[in-house]
Design a protein around this ligand. Structure first.
Ligand code: PMP
Length: 378
């Protein structure tokens, strides 16, 4: 099997699993318990939090442990919007966002918020002029992703940060799920951001929400008041300590990983670029671990099945939206023609991806192209 769907999820690192098991075995206690073991495990939790702060270069920021990016995005977007309601009702986001952002802002629209979607240029870069035109005194929040999970397009975080300096009411929230471990993250440019462990060889169901400062937001989860009141529920210390471990490993290995996967990306894009009926959707200066190709005129699901039958696991768009009947909103927002959208597939790498995975993909590509070539729109 050749696994090339690492944007959907990655294989947990054995070291991370070991940490998870050790903590669960030796320190299974509740960190909120007042006894000695409770205090011990509470110290362990706080040392994991401190490690994460050091790894991300955080100073005054607050790290909140959650079950992943979906929960983190929901908590911050809904909580922040509701607490800022009296100051303004406009939220700027984009059609490229993950459903955990898009569906949350759509729900807020029902509560009376005005949602504005920033446009993209033909080359997949954010249309900064359009972004600028959307800014006004009613804007209370901006929710955008650092690296797009379908195309790999990278957000100009610094440019956005600079543009909103005249608008102190705006909370700038960034989904850094696909960028952590692949691109540098500058926490000082954002008011909040989220990470998800299973995208960088951690475990599913672990994530963080980072706030620039401990702000007062409307809580959406009620209970015991754990995690500064943001995230009630018994704390999963084993998962949180394992997340710190996954982050440390990912950052240690980032440079080597990026160098390797960049070559894989170039190798695939160059190998297929000149085949009539094939369109390379991913952009050259996009994230290094994501390739997006279209078999123009053929359904993406058919292509994914053909690769899958040959033992190669790739994806149509994103795992979270691939089951939806509607055309992929991301590619539409990026001006990809409709026939190329339906035939789009995503190939994504992680630290376990090898040269032989790429060779296997390219061999299968040749066979599938031969089978499909009469059907492709050239
Ligand atoms: N944001 C992005 C960009 C993602 O790719 C994903 C995972 N597909 C999420 C958020 C949701 O993350 P989680 O699985 O941790 O809820």
């Amino acid at each position: 099997m050749n696994y090339l769907d690492n944007c959907a999820t990655t294989k947990p690192d054995p070291e991370v699993l070991k940490t998870f098991n050790t903590v669960n075995t030796t320190y299974f206690f509740n960190p909120s318990s007042p006894h000695g073991k409770g205090l011990e495990v509470s110290k362990l939790l706080e040392s994991a939090r401190d490690q994460i702060k050091a790894l991300l270069g955080l100073k005054h920021q607050t790290v909140i442990f959650t079950s992943g990016a979906t929960e983190s995005n929901n908590l911050v977007i809904t909580g922040m919007a509701r607490s800022k309601k009296q100051f303004g009702k406009t939220i700027i986001t984009s059609k490229l966002e993950h459903p955990s952002v898009l569906e949350t802002v759509r729900a807020l629209e029902e509560e009376g918020f005005n949602i504005q979607y920033v446009k993209f240029n033909e080359d997949a870069t954010l249309d900064l002029a359009h972004f600028k035109s959307l800014l006004n005194q009613d804007v209370v929040m901006i929710c955008l992703m650092h690296v797009n999970n379908v195309m790999g397009a990278v957000l100009p975080i610094k440019a956005i940060h600079d543009l909103i300096q005249d608008y102190p009411k705006i909370h700038f929230h960034v989904d850094c799920v696909q960028s952590f471990g692949k691109l540098p993250i500058d926490a000082s440019l954002m008011d909040s951001f989220v990470l998800s462990g299973h995208k960088f060889n951690g475990i599913k169901g672990q994530g963080i929400l980072v706030f620039d400062q401990l702000v007062t937001i409307t809580h959406t989860l009620f209970g015991g008041g754990q995690e500064y009141g943001f995230r009630s529920g018994t704390i999963n210390v084993a998962s949180d300590v394992a997340l710190a471990k996954a982050m440390r490993i990912a950052l240690n290995e980032q440079e080597a990983l990026v160098e390797r996967v960049k070559k894989y990306k170039t190798q695939i894009e160059e190998a297929v670029r000149n085949y009539p009926g094939i369109r390379v959707n991913s952009v050259p200066d996009g994230a290094p671990h994501i390739v997006n190709l279209a078999f123009v005129g053929v359904k993406g699901e058919v292509i994914v099945n053909s690769f899958s039958k040959r033992g190669i696991m790739i994806s149509t768009t994103s795992a979270c939206s691939s089951k939806r009947a509607k055309l992929n909103e991301t590619l539409t927002a990026l001006h990809v023609p409709e026939t190329a959208i339906t035939g789009s597939v995503r190939i994504s790498f992680d630290k376990y991806t090898t040269k032989s995975d790429i060779d296997a993909f390219l061999n299968a590509f040749d066979e599938i192209y031969e089978e499909m070539k009469e059907l492709l729109i050239k």
